[in-house]
Design a protein around this ligand. Structure first.
Ligand code: RUQ
Ligand code: CUA
Length: 763
């Protein structure tokens, strides 16, 4: 028999089919197109990007967060934002910079003892194996305060920040060598390498320097190793973007420059401004460095130490034949090695051409000792004609180039023209152009700077969005535009406003290559990957006091913070260690204390610590900041900061609640009913192959934990009832019910998971 609801639905469907236009009829596709003025092209774009609820993206993008000092993670083709990761900047949601472990990471990025709380994040790079993205680590640089950070892609957390020991700024980072042996960064604005020494601008040519730093990466430890890292000193040309060789050019790195005029400005003294002086010459220099040989020279002790850091001088680099220059057209910007490692494509901001250099030709000139000149520092200069494969006229303001999965096909951003050009770098033909909105900087194709680009999509990272979105005041969001490149003609399919700093560069990786975990081993310090000394398991919670130091070893599990009361005296140093005992996916608890600037995000298994001086007397509630269960609001406690020497006066009984026997009986009844629900869920789960689903196994463990606490509470309510202490009887019975609710909540979630993941009946 048809239910009344089903009958109504059938009528609705009929109405839609016949287009009767009654007020309650569902809109047809045509209706929506008309109402929203959508074209067939729009529908096609929507179909290419729309990602139905529950479906996931094919690629994951890591975009620099510009001045926010963070990392932005989003999916392609949906362009849905998935995460912001705190890197150079404190980030409260993740407790980054508010718990002790992450404060240590940020401290690694202090410069000359000064705390730096922001960064100008420019270029993210994913770790590579044989030139292919391997999805293990991500590196990103800070231009303003020359630093590089390491993010572990197992948990998307920042694990390390290193400050460059000799630069004042940097831009040509982070880029990785083909097997991530090194992560490198090039200096930007020349300055004395001693860092804290002053030389007047008149001594610019002699005392100011640029450079190229190679940070050694220890993949097993997942950290950069400063002691094994080194730099190559370079002339005071403003070094810019860089790239690593791959295939035949593996072992070499390429860095371009601007302002090789070595102009020092001084409009105040009546001299022409920087922008004129820094673009006067027709050419600047591409720096070509044999980093593999440089590393050998450093191992042989040929480096000098500056600020405790290994630096190969220009003189040594020239003598040993590891450093060369090649002229490149006026004010170049991007330098991008082709996937096969044979060519290096350089764009000139003030030139309409891109220059395709041949690595083979450069090497032949070097071997033959065929140089056109030396620069003022004695570095041999390979003639431009001897190094070029071809030059292609693309349009105004070419900046960056990325590659397609199709042979010889490249995409170059045209800043001034606000266009992307698709072209063939082997034969120099322009294939297609598309307008973007507006003033594109970087562009990015899928794994498009690796040895194995995946084609499919391109993102234009536009510097200005102007009129594309609803106005939000004079400061506009950035505009990332998604372009379908799978056909001959490029098609613009999505505009995404990105309101978090100015993202400079982004990298996209096949989603299947990322395998992040959902929980930590219980008691893990996520910033060191080691056991946390403050970890505690259930039943091990305690508070220790030594002198004026109060240390809490606590735990979190739905919906309870242990301990519920922390006592301290004014002047005490309080350390609170907290371990999240949950195993279920996405069961994070937060922890905040009123007015002590303390916050933490504690994901399943993680242990964190927060530390503060209890410097003001008072009562400070603490609570969980993630809505983690129906009783999340009750996940609370009190920090009691008493005046020194405070003594309790006549102890009053805890507040009486006056429950009756009837209340107690009613609660017992509720317990019996709830148990019936739990039993049915358990029967369902155990009738399936749930053991084949690790996530469900974790949920079952969590639920079993909750149920395991019941006997104790049950004994208590029964004992109280025996004494006709209805208050305690009822409250302990309530506690039994709480455990049941949490177990049932997890159980129902497990059941849904099994239904959605096609679990099979086994009995
Ligand atoms: S930048 S728009 Cu990479 Cu910092 Cu080129
Ligand atoms: Cu734990 Cu809310």
């Amino acid at each position: 028999m048809m239910s009344r609801f089903a009958v109504k639905a059938a009528v609705l469907m009929l109405a839609a089919t016949f287009g009767t236009g009654t007020a309650w009829a569902a809109e047809s596709l045509q209706d929506v197109m008309k109402r929203r003025s959508l074209s067939q092209q729009d529908l096609l774009a929507a179909a290419k990007t729309y990602t139905p609820s529950g479906k996931r993206d094919e690629f994951v993008v890591f975009s620099s967060g510009g001045q926010s000092g963070q990392l932005i993670v989003y999916g392609i083709p949906s362009m849905r934002i998935l995460k912001y990761v705190g890197v150079f900047t404190p980030e409260p949601w993740q407790g980054y910079g508010y718990d002790e472990e992450s404060k240590d990471i940020l401290k690694g990025g202090w410069i000359d003892g000064k705390e730096i709380t922001w960064g100008d994040a420019h270029h993210p790079a994913i770790s590579e194996t044989n030139g292919q993205y391997d999805g293990q680590f991500l590196f990103i640089n800070d231009k303003a305060n020359p630093r590089v950070a390491v993010v572990d892609l197992r948990d998307f957390e920042t694990k390390q920040i290193v400050a460059n020991p000799i630069y004042k700024s940097e831009h040509g980072g982070a880029f990785v060598t083909a097997n991530t042996e090194y992560v490198f960064e090039a200096a930007q604005y020349p300055a004395p390498l001693e860092r804290k020494k002053f030389y007047p601008l008149e001594e610019f040519n002699e005392k100011y320097r640029g450079g190229m730093t190679y940070w050694k990466f220890d993949r097993k430890a997942g950290r950069l190793v400063p002691a094994q890292s080194f730099s190559v000193e370079l002339p005071p040309y403003s070094q810019d973007i860089s790239d690593a060789g791959k295939g035949p050019s593996d072992g070499w790195s390429f860095t371009n420059s601007f302002c090789s005029e070595r102009y020092v400005g001084g409009i105040e003294q009546g001299r022409p401004p920087f922008e004129a002086g820094c673009s006067a010459k027709d050419t600047d220099y591409l720096h070509v460095i044999n980093w593999r040989k440089a590393a050998e020279l450093v191992a042989q002790g040929k480096a000098q130490k500056i600020n405790g850091h290994n630096v190969l001088s220009i003189e040594t680099a020239v003598k040993e034949g590891i450093l060369f220059l090649v002229p490149e057209p006026k004010s170049p910007h991007g330098v991008d090695v082709t996937p096969d490692g044979k060519y290096i494509i350089v764009s000139g901001k003030l030139d309409t051409h891109v220059s395709v250099y041949s690595f083979e030709k450069i090497q032949a000139a070097i071997k033959a000792g065929k140089f056109e000149s030396k620069d003022p520092y004695g570095i041999p200069v390979v003639g431009m004609r001897d190094a070029l494969h071809n030059q292609v006229q693309l349009g105004l303001g070419p900046l960056h180039t990325q590659y397609d999965s199709k042979q010889c096909v490249a995409y170059t951003s045209l800043y001034v023209d606000s266009q992307v050009a698709k072209w063939n770098y082997c034969d120099g033909k322009v294939l297609d152009k598309i307008a973007v909105h507006y003033n594109i900087g970087h562009l990015m194709t899928m794994e498009g700077d690796s040895a194995g680009p995946k084609g499919r999509y391109l993102v234009a990272l536009n510097k200005l969005s102007i009129d594309r979105f609803n106005p939000v005041g004079p400061l506009h969001p950035q505009n990332h535009q998604l372009i379908d490149i799978s056909n001959d003609k490029m098609q613009l399919i999505y505009d995404m406003p990105l309101p978090l700093g100015e993202p400079h560069y982004a990298v996209a990786i096949e989603a299947s290559k990322l395998k992040p975990g959902v929980r930590y081993k219980v008691g893990t310090d996520s910033r060191t990957d080691k056991d946390h000394p403050g970890r505690a398991r259930a039943g091990e919670e305690r508070t220790e006091r030594k002198g004026n130091k109060v240390t809490v070893f606590g735990t979190l599990i739905r919906s309870h913070i242990t301990p519920e009361i922390i006592e301290a005296e004014v002047g005490d140093e309080v350390t609170i260690n907290l371990t999240n005992l949950e195993r279920a996916e996405d069961e994070t608890h937060g922890f905040a204390i009123s007015a002590y600037n303390v916050h933490a995000s504690i994901e399943p298994g993680k242990t964190i610590s927060v530390k503060f001086k209890a410097d003001k007397e008072g009562v400070y509630p603490y609570y969980c900041t993630e809505f983690c269960s129906a009783l999340h609001l009750e996940m609370q406690g009190y920090l009691l900061v008493k005046p020194k020497g405070w003594k309790a006066v006549a102890k009053k009984d805890a507040v009486k609640s006056n429950y009756t026997e009837a209340d107690y009986r009613a609660t017992l009844k509720r317990i019996v009913d709830t148990q019936a629900v739990i039993d049915s869920v358990v029967a369902y789960i155990t009738s399936t192959n749930f053991k084949d689903f690790p996530d469900v196994v974790s949920m079952v463990e969590d639920a079993t934990d909750q149920l395991g606490k019941i006997p104790d509470a049950k004994a208590k309510h029964e004992a109280a009832a025996g004494k006709k202490d209805w208050d305690n009887a009822n409250l302990w019975a309530e506690q039994v019910y709480q455990y049941q609710v949490k177990a049932a909540d997890i159980g129902l979630r497990a059941k849904t998971y099994l239904d959605q993941h096609g679990a099979k009946k086994v009995k």
